[in-house]
Design a binder for this molecule. Sequence first.
Ligand code: G3P
Ligand code: CA
Length: 268
Amino acid sequence: STPAATFLDESGLQLFAHRGFSGRYPESTHASYAEAIDYAERTGIELGLECDVHFTADDHLVCLHDLTVDRTSDATGPLLDWTLADLRTVDFGSWFTADPTPQERAVTTLVELLDMIKDARDRGARINLNLETKHPTPRGLDIEERVAELLTERGWHTADSPVRMITFDPEALIKIGELLPELRRTFLVSDLSRVPDGELPDGVRIVGPDVTRLREDPGFVERAHRRGNEVHPWIVNTVEDVQFCRDLGVDGYTSDFPDVVMETLTGA
Ligand code: G3P
Ligand code: CA
């Protein structure tokens, strides 16, 4: 059968592992990202990781979706009350899997994730990152400022950067455009009526719709394409969802199960 890498390369489709390989490992942990990278290396595909970032009490950015640690750990409270050192003692794996490994327990900082991506790329793996800044948060657009600093320090602020920025927040999108003008930006939407005719704010060229909302308005993809924009739906987890998106001709897939997307698209 055709190797997966050839298929993705030829089709131009993009694939993103949502919060890492979060269908099979606890989301946003070291294991979730390491396993997604390993999957890409084993199959030879180009794979984007996806992460959300928030500040800790002592000003570190960590990869977590929620503003509290309650849902995905054995601890409680707002992330802004936790120092990074204390977060290192928290178990982020047991809610998802019995007897988690240390990697499955471990929270990931944004710096650690960027280092993992750099190491993988140095080994020849084709790994990139969809980095999401979430709003509203208590520290507002500080997140964009910090992300821009971190990326600029490592020279990942230029057009050849492996990092692309994604957000639901139009103000953040504009801020990112000012701070990191060369990076690709994606406007995420749950409510598709925010961009009724597929036209995106601030010159952005990629839209990321919720796949469940796309089912209510499948013509959205064609309207966005007519405007010259790419469509990257999330969270495309089932064979049916992948087939639905494929038939609409989407340009990228964000999934908790990148293996399901690949196997469905290639028939492997
Ligand atoms: O990649 C987009 C997707 O992550 C948006 O939804 O809630 O998982 O951040 P959420
Ligand atoms: Ca996200």
